[in-house]
Design a protein around this ligand. Structure first.
Ligand code: MN
Ligand code: MN
Length: 469
């Protein structure tokens, strides 16, 4: 092969006009690669300690308080550089860094969600059947139900008692803890099950969690396996059967986040969607000192079930907080909202060569190519999406390119292949500019999801540069 060969005219034109679609690993320096790997070490710890939204709020508040955030007090006056937080019912949290211009030119929003698909216990969950004790569950969020049997599960959540006390419950995470699971039928006897369509073969009422098998004692009392389970719960937590009625209890995969691949380039874990954006957003908030405009990071709840509820993004809690900040600055909220810009920090589906036909490669996002900007989500003819305007896309492109952030764009699968949404449209409905930016994920919504370390770090960088632009 000849050396130092002059580039052809076509090659030069390609360089000038084409997008650079090289694998992201080849575009970033070895120092930056090292930073990405380091950033993800604590991210894995976050994943292990923030599997459900209440735990994520607890982690975020601990980290924010260490970084100097104090509880927001509407009667106080805040100055540039002040850091405040608002805890919404222990299930969502807002972190604000007051900017030099306050709210006068709008605020910068970064919003990620901290709820993930899982199995919630029904209000009356515990029953005994044929000498086994089981929990009835009601799945939360979009799951492929067949993925959840035979996966080790842990119980997380709280029980609130009539005396006002709240009991934290967690069993299955410590190596010495027992775990739980949904059972499945052996292949030998699954002739009928295997001939059914997937949605029929495994439905929501099959998602019963096995929690015990030994009777309380030798008395000839019925339901003695259930008695035994309740007795163990009473001795450990002081709760009785009726206390399940006022509890938020969830079954989530019991395994820990782990490096994935011989090269350790990826992380396999439960709940990347959307902790993989929540953690970078939290770190970007903590690392932001004195931004131009006030920066608000929201770790919100309920996204996986459509953002309804007082801790979800259809609630007024965010705009109420912005109104408080605006009033303190002598601004009208509607004028602030019109100038407000937002990165809706959420994941997108990474191109999966095993399921290539679900994607349109030229408009898909890929593992290792950086943070993914998703101009629109939705389904069908762009239903249920806000579709970011070209001008706003251009301003975000500029921020990321000027700072050397590795990023890509992605559409959610091929046209009419299905669809989904994020909180972007709810923020857009408040009359702000918003676009989705986050991490490409393989096996999204499965008990174990996969992301690339580079993409996690670049999402942190993107949010940080956006906050400080
Ligand atoms: Mn999500
Ligand atoms: Mn999701």
């Amino acid at each position: 092969m000849p050396e130092n060969k002059e580039k052809t005219q076509a090659a030069l034109m390609k360089e000038k006009l084409f997008m650079n679609r090289k694998n992201g690993c080849r575009k970033i320096s070895s120092e930056e690669l090292k930073k990405a790997d380091e950033f993800c070490e604590e991210y894995k710890n976050f994943l292990d300690h923030a599997k459900v939204e209440r735990e994520a709020v607890g982690y975020a508040l601990d980290a924010a308080k260490i970084a100097g955030f104090t509880e927001y007090d509407p009667s106080r006056t805040y100055r540039s550089g002040d850091k405040v937080y608002v805890n919404n019912r222990g299930k969502a949290v807002m972190l604000a860094v007051i900017g030099k211009k306050g709210t006068h030119d709008g605020v910068r929003l970064g919003i990620a969600h901290i709820d993930s698909p899982r199995l919630d216990l029904k209000p009356n969950p515990l029953y005994e059947s044929n000498d086994l004790a089981l929990f009835k569950t009601h799945y939360y969020g979009g799951i492929k139900k067949y993925q959840w049997p035979t996966v080790p599960l842990a119980l997380h959540g709280i029980a609130a008692l009539k005396d006002g006390s709240v009991i934290d419950i967690q069993i299955g995470e410590d190596d010495s803890d027992p775990c739980f699971c949904v059972t499945d039928l052996l292949p030998h006897l699954a002739v009928e099950q295997m001939s059914q369509v997937m949605t029929k073969a495994f439905n929501g009422e099959h998602l019963n969690v096995l929690v015990g098998s030994r009777p309380f004692n030798e008395d000839e009392e019925s339901e003695s396996v259930k008695i035994n389970v309740l007795n163990i719960l009473f001795e450990k937590y002081g709760i009785k059967e009726e206390d399940f009625l006022s509890a938020d209890l969830q079954m989530v995969p019991a395994f820990k986040a782990r490096d994935l691949g011989f090269d350790r380039s990826m992380i396999g874990a439960y709940g990347h969607d959307d902790k993989v954006c929540a953690y970078p957003a939290l770190m970007a908030a903590i690392d932001t000192e004195t931004p131009e405009r006030t920066v608000i990071t929201v770790l919100t709840d309920r996204e996986e079930i459509g953002s309804d509820g007082n801790t979800g993004m259809k609630s007024t809690y965010l705009v109420d907080f912005i109104a408080d900040l605006a009033e303190a600055d002598g601004e009208r909220t509607r004028h602030v909202m019109r100038k407000t810009t937002c990165l809706s920090a959420d994941v997108n589906a990474a191109f999966d060569p095993t399921y290539a036909s679900a994607f349109e490669a030229a408009n898909s996002c890929f593992i290792n190519n950086g943070a993914v900007i998703t101009k629109y989500t939705g389904s069908g003819g762009k239903y249920s999406t806000s579709d970011a305007g070209a001008e706003y896309m251009a301003s975000v492109r500029k921020i990321l390119d000027d700072a050397g952030v590795l990023w890509q764009t992605g559409e959610l699968g091929k046209v009419d292949g299905g669809g989904g949404g994020t909180i972007a449209k709810f923020v857009a409905n408040l009359n702000a500019d918003v676009v989705d930016l986050g991490v490409p994920v393989l096996s999204m919504h499965a008990p174990m999801e996969v992301v690339s370390k580079i993409d996690v770090y670049m999402t942190y960088r993107a949010l940080y540069e956006f906050y400080n632009s």
